[in-house]
Design a protein around this ligand. Structure first.
Ligand code: 5GP
Ligand code: MN
Length: 336
C-alpha cells in the first residue's frame, strides 16, 4: 500500500490543527505494551507540543506501567504519568498507534469521556473510535502522521523530537526492510537525520543489545521450535513459545523477548512464523509474521487481536498448543 495524500481529508487536518491550537492542555496516549512507533509517535509529538508552550501529559494503560527497556533511551519520558494520574475527562485527548479503543487498556474510560478524541494511526484495521481521525493505512508508521501534523502546526522538529519519530519509523519498517519502506519513509528519515539524530546509536539501542540471559532464553525457544511444512496452506508454518519459567530461570524480564520473532521468521521453509510469549501474570502474547501470501492481521483480528497484514498479534489465556489449534486453520493464503 502506498501513502495516500487524500487518506485524511483536508478538513480533518484543519480541525485537528484548530483543536490543538485552542487547547491549553493536551492529553496523549498510545497503545498498551508500547512499541517504538507507539511511544515514539506519542513522545515526539508531546515534546514538540511542550516546546510550543502547551501543557502535555502522556501515558499508556498498562497495569504494570513500565517503559520497555529497549525504549528507555527515547527522550521525553518526563512527559509520562501513570494511568491513575491521567485526566479522567480530558478536554482534548489524542491517541497514537492504537487501532481500537481496547488497545488503550486502562485509559479506555478516559478516552470515552474525552470531549474531543483525536485518533492518530496507520492501521488498516483502525475502528475509528474517536471524534476525529488522522488515519492513513498507507503511512509506514504513525510517526509519519505526527510529522505531517507537526508541520501543519508549525512545531519544531528538533533533535529529540526527531529521535522519537525516527525510532517509530525504523521500528515499523524493520529498518527499511519491510514492504512499508516507501520513498516517503526514506525521505522522512532524511529529514530526521538532518535534524541531528544519531542513527547508529538508535539502531544499537533498538536491536543490537541484550543481557546475556537473552541468549539462554532464545536457546530455550529454539530448542522447541517446530516446522510444519503443511501449515499456512502448504506454504509452511514455523512456531515456538517461551514460558515465564524460561525467563525466570535466567532472570530475564518480559520486555527483553520481543526480538525472538525476528530470529524465527527468517526460516526459508515457512511463510508464517509465530512466537507465543508468556507474561509474568501467565497470559500469552502471540506475535505472528508472514512474508506476504498470508494476511496474519485477518487471522489475529478473528482471535481478538489485530495488526498489519505481515505483522500482527493477539493475546490468549490458553496453552500454546490450544492457541495454535485455533490459529492454524486461519493461516490461509489469500486467494490469488
Ligand atoms: P508484535 O508481534 O510486534 O507485538 O505486534 C505486531 C503488530 O501487531 C503491531 O502492529 C501491533 O500493534 C499488533 N498487535 C500485537 N498484539 C496485538 C493485540 O493484542 N491486539 C491488536 N489489536 N494488535 C496487536
Ligand atoms: Mn505502528
Amino acid at each position: 500500500m502506498t501513502a495516500d495524500a487524500t487518506a485524511v481529508p483536508e478538513a480533518d487536518w484543519d480541525r485537528a490543527v484548530a483543536l490543538v491550537r485552542a487547547a491549553d492542555t493536551v492529553a496523549l496516549a498510545c497503545h498498551v505494551t508500547p512499541d517504538g512507533d507507539a511511544l515514539g509517535s506519542m513522545l515526539g509529538f508531546g515534546l514538540a507540543l511542550r516546546a510550543a508552550g502547551k501543557h502535555v501529559v502522556a501515558s499508556f494503560g498498562d497495569r504494570g506501567f513500565t517503559v520497555p527497556r529497549l525504549l528507555r533511551f527515547l527522550p521525553g519520558q518526563d512527559l509520562l504519568v501513570e494511568p491513575a494520574a491521567y485526566p479522567a475527562e480530558p478536554s482534548l485527548m489524542m491517541t497514537f498507534d492504537a487501532s481500537t479503543m481496547d488497545r488503550l487498556g486502562l485509559l479506555a474510560p478516559n478516552a470515552g469521556k474525552a470531549a474531543e478524541l483525536v485518533v492518530v494511526d496507520h492501521h488498516v484495521s483502525n475502528t475509528r473510535f474517536g471524534s476525529l481521525h488522522l488515519v492513513d493505512p498507507g503511512a509506514a508508521s504513525t510517526t509519519m502522521l505526527v510529522e505531517r501534523l507537526a508541520g501543519r502546526l508549525g512545531l519544531t522538529v528538533d533533535r529529540d523530537v526527531a529521535t522519537c519519530l525516527y525510532a517509530g519509523l525504523v521500528t515499523d519498517t524493520g529498518s527499511f526492510r519491510y514492504s512499508a519502506t516507501t520513498p516517503a519513509a526514506h525521505a522522512m528519515a532524511g529529514r530526521l537525520i538532518a535534524a541531528g539524530l544519531d542513527p547508529d546509536a538508535i539502531a544499537r539501542e533498538l536491536w543490537d543489545r541484550s543481557p546475556f540471559a537473552y541468549l539462554r532464553v532464545l536457546g530455550a525457544a529454539l530448542d522447541r521450535v517446530t516446522l510444519e511444512p503443511a501449515g499456512a496452506g502448504g506454504r509452511g508454518l514455523v512456531w515456538t513459545y517461551l514460558t515465564r519459567a524460561d525467563r525466570a530461570r535466567h532472570g530475564l524480564p518480559y520486555d527483553e523477548v520481543e526480538g525472538v520473532i525476528d530470529v524465527i521468521r527468517r526460516v526459508d521453509e515457512a511463510e508464517v512464523a509465530v512466537v507465543l510469549k508468556e507474561d509474568d501474570e501467565g497470559g500469552w502474547n502471540v506475535s505472528t509474521r508472514s512474508k506476504g501470501a498470508v494476511d496474519v492481521a485477518r487471522a489475529c483480528t478473528a482471535l481478538g487481536g489485530g495488526g498489519h497484514p505481515c505483522a500482527a498479534g493477539f493475546s490468549s489465556t490458553l496453552s500454546p498448543e490450544e492457541t495454535m489449534a485455533s490459529l492454524r486453520p486461519l493461516l490461509t493464503p489469500d486467494a490469488a
